[in-house]
Design a protein around this ligand. Structure first.
Ligand code: PLP
Length: 400
């Protein structure tokens, strides 16, 4: 059997049409397969590989930590240097009220932890989320998901969840003294890159302060420089009560985190103890990799390069088939007429006749948009080459 056949036989599917894309090596912003074809990666593992695939410092940190120790004890009992050092580094780059990190296995687990923390802190049960939001696929995170089509198959879900319209002032009144927290993406990713109105963000913060509801910002996709600043929330002059990180947090290794103040986090430690339990959360190898990735992101000034690269994409993506380009840093949505067009373009880019292809994708709630979230290290030359192929794909699939 070929590996593709083994994939089809033994790996549980997530869709009827997986890309089944064979990858043999990845470096920087490039992916390689075993037939000698190279792909410019415009997805970066869906906002994971911000510092590029296999950054040498990340690989070295993984190797060094793997030689020291792997798993030793469930989260929260042993003093593990990679966890401690990484939490301290994160705290050093966050406001003082976000100085305490709970490391998890994944983004969804961080979301679950934040919901639990908000319930414990406020003694309230209601949670507010936004339409067109995505926060993960576990049952709690899925209850927050802002689209009935995607969540309806799993009812009953968590009770007490209400959805409001992102960027809608009137709907902020639905945050009340019964609300434990509102959870939202600082920039909505799966909605097809929808940025908040700065005035709305300020009003949201104010409404949370008035009602005692906690503000939880999900920067699982938007964090680590993706939107042009290290954290997206700093662009809106607000500070969340709980910040959610994942994806790029582990530098390519699995890792998530919910972050709050030292005082607030005490709520999980007592009455009952063990307010959130995870065996592998904060795995030492993941923390070592994540710390090395954040250090590289800062030392190599990758965040500072984001705005110019965003503009380069925007200036090159000119085609009559493109209806709009929405972007927040290197998170771009290229809107076409339909999902069929998007699918054809993605397919063309993967199966280009030449030795160079482009790896791209679509969005859950914006199927008429092509998703571009490349590693932040993508070079100008790679952006230009990728756009040539994208435009060619539009010519071929949609027409000149
Ligand atoms: N939050 C956002 C904004 C995400 O995009 C995702 C994943 O795509 C998650 C949460 C869930 O993260 P994970 O897939 O690691 O559970």
């Amino acid at each position: 059997m070929t590996e593709r056949q083994l994939f089809q036989q033994h790996l549980a599917p997530t869709s009827t049409e997986p890309m089944a894309f064979p990858v043999s090596r990845a470096k920087g912003a490039l992916l390689y397969n075993d037939t000698g074809k190279t792909f410019i990666d415009l997805i970066g593992g869906i906002s994971v590989c911000n510092v590029g695939h296999c950054h040498p410092a990340v690989v070295a940190a993984i190797q060094a930590q793997a030689a020291e120790y792997l798993h030793v004890m469930v989260y929260g009992e042993a003093v593990q240097s990679p966890q401690v050092q990484y939490a301290a580094l994160l705290a050093g780059h966050l406001p003082p009220s976000l100085d305490c990190v709970y490391f998890t296995n994944s983004g969804a687990e961080a979301v679950e932890g934040a919901m639990k923390l908000a319930k414990r802190l406020t003694g309230r049960a209601e949670i507010v989320a936004c339409h067109n939001s995505y926060h993960g696929s576990t049952q709690g995170a899925l209850s927050l998901l802002g689209d009935e089509y995607w969540r309806s198959a799993y009812r009953p879900l968590l009770p007490g969840i209400r959805h409001i319209r992102y960027n809608n002032r009137e709907d902020l009144q639905q945050i009340t003294v019964h609300t434990a927290c509102i959870i939202l993406e600082t920039v909505q990713a799966e909605a097809g890159v929808v940025a908040p109105d700065p005035g709305w963000m300020l009003a949201l913060r104010q409404r949370c302060d008035e009602t005692g509801a906690l503000l939880v910002l999900d920067e699982i996709q938007a964090g680590f420089g993706r939107t042009g600043t290290l954290w997206a929330f700093t662009q809106y002059n607000i500070i969340p009560d709980i910040l959610l990180l994942g994806k790029a947090l582990g530098g390519g290794m699995p890792l998530g985190a919910f972050i709050s103040s030292h005082d607030k986090m005490q709520a999980l430690a007592d009455k009952p103890v063990l307010g959130h339990i995870t065996t592998f959360g904060g795995h030492p190898v993941s923390c070592a990799a994540g710390k090395a990735a954040l250090e590289a992101l800062l030392a190599e000034q990758m965040v500072e390069s984001v705005a110019a690269k965003e503009q380069l994409f925007r200036s090159l993506l000119q085609h009559k088939a493109i209806k709009a380009v929405r972007s927040c840093g290197l998170m771009l949505a290229v809107a076409l007429e339909s999902y069929e067009q998007v699918k054809a373009v993605i397919g063309y880019c993967l199966n280009t006749p030449g030795e160079l292809g482009v790896f791209t994708d679509w969005f859950l709630f914006a199927p008429d948009c092509i998703r571009l979230v490349p590693p932040l290290v993508i070079s100008e030359a790679e952006i230009k080459q990728a756009c040539v192929i994208l435009l060619k794909a539009l010519d071929q699939c949609v027409g000149e």
